[in-house]
Design a protein around this ligand. Structure first.
Ligand code: UDP
Ligand code: UDP
Length: 468
């Protein structure tokens, strides 16, 4: 591996810049390893410090330990006064802090002598000019679906058209050459033009055309319509190249002890019998909804493995599981359930033959992991891009989505009875599992040597090499 700066044209030096949150760090780590071990690149990853959650700090440490060839570049953020945005989500605040620190990237890029920079989408509009000023080609890693990329790319034009027509509000979004994203699926924040997320989203969406290309963690066979429409310039004309490189493969980490405990429990369960339940790393679910979900899982009579999350940031989580889920719940389901508040190794769980269904919030990494391993998904989106992703799950044959189940906190709760009914309907319908297995086969074909995603990543590397 060449030292920093003495890379040759045969091994381009690619610098990756993720933003905050596991949903962002995870795909960047996977891309780093794919480029380094699969495509012979010299790779550096900027660790944005400080992190918001313990999960992120641990993830960074284990990533660099598991992939010693990938270099770590510490990127310390400038002080940022969070009181400007009272009550804002801590991850959005960290996006903003990182965006404001973008000028500090210049010296880091100079020292690294990068052949190319890959920035997280949430930083794109402020990072692109810094890279361009130094003549460093700048690509974007889009951390959600191609469907969501089409919304991100088109949304600024949608707002402009609305303003010109004197329309108030966002409404349904008809993506040119693609499909309609109904108002009910547009991320909540985007209905408020003053929201910090909206301002970043619109600025990033406008900036995409200035990038050298966009990598997306999806694959042609899963989202053919969106990928084609973007590549043909139907969504936005003169759109840069779109590299569909997914599903990016999990990095092999040393499993933590409690993770091993849950794997032992899983191994004692019959094939395809366990419902795995997780709503990701990013948002808490209200206590009332948690209780309904608990009632539903109990009433379903199914085995289940449940990763419970009741605070936004893991460092704040001191609640007792028993108190959270209600009197006697844990005793009543003992034996047929494994319930934990700790971090679990999700990709290992999804690969395990005992898992028969994944109740998922449809964070995009979770969707791509389910697709990789052909695990059927019962989509239960709660926030942000998740309803757009849930539609991809349903359209792509990976699972089912009960569209009536609204965002968390909106129009009341989903009752335990409804949850139990839906779980049993999906678990009892073999076609769902068969279709998901087909998606798994298509994912494997896409990432195998010569597959669409493999070739797309090789094409990206070739461009970095030519530029380097
Ligand atoms: N994850 C995990 N263990 C957990 C919770 C999450 O390994 O206990 C991983 C999950 O496999 C995925 C990522 O964290 O790779 C979460 O990203 P996703 O986009 O699914 O959702 P987010 O957490 O950003 O809402
Ligand atoms: N996103 C985007 N443009 C932005 C910010 C976000 O397209 O300026 C996309 C991005 O892919 C992200 C998704 O919207 O994954 C949802 O973002 P959010 O912050 O709601 O959730 P997170 O990714 O942090 O879990």
């Amino acid at each position: 591996m060449p030292a920093s700066g003495d890379h040759t044209s045969a091994s381009p030096h690619v610098v990756l810049l993720p933003s905050a949150g596991m949903g962002h760090l995870v795909p960047f780590g996977r891309l780093a390893v794919a480029l380094s071990e699969g495509h012979g690149c010299d790779v550096s990853v900027a660790a944005v410090l400080p992190t918001v959650s313990s999960a992120e700090s641990m993830h960074l440490d284990t990533l660099f330990a598991a992939a010693p060839a990938v270099r770590r570049l510490d990127f310390r953020l400038a002080p940022f006064d969070e009181s400007e945005f009272p009550g804002a989500d801590p991850f959005f605040l960290r996006f903003e802090a990182t965006r404001r620190s973008a000028p500090l990237l210049g010296p880091l890029l100079d020292a690294a002598q990068a052949s190319a920079l890959v920035t997280d989408i949430v930083l794109a509009s402020v990072v692109l000019p810094v890279a361009k000023a130094r003549g460093v080609p700048c690509y974007v890693l889009f951390t959600s679906s191609a469907a969501m990329l089409s919304l991100c790319a088109y949304f600024p034009a949608h707002l402009d058209a609305n303003a010109a027509a004197g329309c108030v509000g966002v409404g349904d979004v008809d993506i040119p050459g693609l499909y309609r994203i109904p108002k009910s699926s547009v991320p909540q924040a985007l209905h408020d033009p003053k929201h910090l997320f909206t301002q970043q989203f619109v600025a990033n969406g406008r900036s995409l055309v200035a990038s050298d290309g966009i990598l997306v963690n999806t694959f042609d066979a899963f989202e053919p319509d969106a990928i084609t429409a973007l590549r043909q310039g139907s969504v936005v004309s003169d759109f840069p190249p779109v590299f569909a490189v997914g599903p990016l493969q999990p990095v092999r980490f040393q499993a933590a002890n409690d993770a091993a405990h849950c794997m032992r429990w899983l191994s004692a369960q019959p094939a395809r019998s366990v419902v795995y339940v997780s709503f990701g790393s990013r948002k808490a679910i209200s206590t009332d909804q948690l209780r309904e979900l608990a009632a539903g899982l109990e009433a379903s009579g199914q085995r289940f493995l449940w990763m419970v999350k009741s605070t936004v940031v893991d460092r704040d989580d001191a609640a007792d599981l028993g108190d959270l889920l209600g009197d006697g719940f844990l005793d009543r389901v003992q034996g047929r359930a494994f319930v934990t508040k700790g971090w679990v190794e999700q990709e290992e769980i999804l690969q395990h033959g005992s898992v028969g269904l994944f109740i998922s919030h449809c964070g995009w990494n979770s969707v791509t992991e389910a697709a990789s391993f052909g695990v059927p998904v019962l989509a239960w989106p709660r926030f942000g891009d998740q309803r757009v992703n849930a539609a991809v799950v349903a359209r792509g044959g990976l699972g089912v989505w009960e569209e009536r189940w609204t965002w968390d906190g909106e129009k009341g709760l989903v009752s335990g009875e409804e949850v139990a009914e839906k779980i049993n309907a999906v678990m009892g319908y073999d076609v769902v599992a068969e279709k998901a297995a087909n998606v798994g086969d298509a994912a494997a074909a896409a990432t195998a040597k010569g597959g669409t995603s493999y070739r797309s990543l090789a094409d990206f590397v070739g461009r970095c090499r030519d530029a380097g």
